[in-house]
Design a protein around this ligand. Structure first.
Ligand code: BGC
Length: 315
């Protein structure tokens, strides 16, 4: 049994043929061009899936469907992307478009729900019953798994963990509100904080890391400079850790999970990030030391969790 698992992101689309044991048989990517209409992105995606199927050594009789994770309010019942601010999509009939094109069953869900499913089935979460997964990328997404079961909510739209207000009247968020966790803990926020710190600190090692070119700043820049002992970079990281950890503590107070799994680009920062987050959470965890902080773990499937999880919609 093989499923095409697709993870639509704010900057690119990743896809894979996934066997029902989680094994990836082959992968492809497809571009997301900022500002283009949804139809153009989907047309390119469908062409890339067709090309992948035509050029991959795969027994087509094993292929049973296409699972897709997409950011935003995804109505898994109607098959529509109702609202996706980070893609600028509204009322997009994603399921129908892919079904018409491929004549295969198509299931869609929120991208973070897909990542959560992937980690719960095959990744860091598989030995735990209650897990909160946070995806730290263009936006901040999340999945809640309770008793080994993904919380889906009304219309299957899941939980919007990145849109919890962490700072009243704080930074504007793409969703229209102010002070959402996403505006402080996404890769987008970290990149913009890094650039701001660079403009204010012309002698910072941050400039060295990007060879003097501010356009090269990415989610790793501040971590690299902070590890070199740079003060401005460490301030950026410590501020990032503070907001992310406060968000995690809020989720711990609500769900008391066994584990919190961090996925997405920023989670690749390794122990430098995780040690700080764990230390912060330990200091402020409600009931500590009687109530231990849950495990805070990186997603082991890494950037594959979204694709594998989208395929899991068929398992
Ligand atoms: C969206 C979520 C999505 C997350 C990660 C957020 O801005 O609201 O639906 O899961 O970004 O892509």
């Amino acid at each position: 049994m093989v499923i095409i698992g697709i993870d639509i992101g704010g900057t690119s689309i990743k896809g894979a043929a996934v066997r029902n044991n989680g094994f990836i048989l082959g992968q492809f990517t497809s571009e997301v061009i900022k500002g283009e209409p949804a139809e153009a992105t989907l047309e390119r995606l469908a062409n890339n899936v067709e090309h992948f199927l035509a050029t991959t050594d795969l027994d087509k009789r094993e292929l049973i469907g296409i699972g897709i994770g997409c950011p935003g309010a995804i109505n898994s019942t109607s098959g529509y992307v109702d609202f996706s601010p980070n893609l600028n999509w509204n009322n997009v009939p994603l399921k129908k478009f892919m079904e018409d094109r491929f004549h295969l069953p198509v299931k869609i869900t929120n991208d973070a729900n897909a990542a959560g499913l992937g980690e719960a089935h095959f990744g860091s979460g598989k030995q735990y019953s209650d897990v909160v997964v946070l995806t730290l990328g263009t936006g901040v997404g999340g999945a809640i798994i309770l008793n080994h079961k993904l919380f889906e909510g009304r219309e299957g739209k899941g939980a919007e963990m990145g849109h919890m207000i962490i700072e009243l009247d704080g930074r504007p968020c793409t969703c229209g509100r102010k002070g959402c966790l996403e505006a402080y803990a996404s890769a987008t926020a970290l990149i913009s904080d890094t650039k701001e710190a660079m403009m204010q600190n012309k002698d910072s090692k941050l400039w060295e890391v990007v060879e003097g070119d501010i356009a090269k700043v990415n989610g790793k820049t501040a971590f690299d400079a902070a590890k070199m002992g740079d003060k401005a970079a460490n301030d950026v990281i410590n501020n990032y850790v503070k907001y992310l950890s406060e968000g995690i503590l809020n989720y711990c107070n609500i769900f008391r999970p066994d584990a919190v799994i961090l996925s997405g680009g920023i989670s690749k920062a390794g122990d430098f990030l995780f040690d700080k987050v764990k230390q912060y959470c330990k200091s402020w965890d409600y009931g500590y030391p009687n109530t231990p902080v849950p495990e805070i773990l990186p997603a082991v499937l890494g950037y594959e969790s979204g694709m594998v999880g989208a395929a899991c919609l068929f398992f």
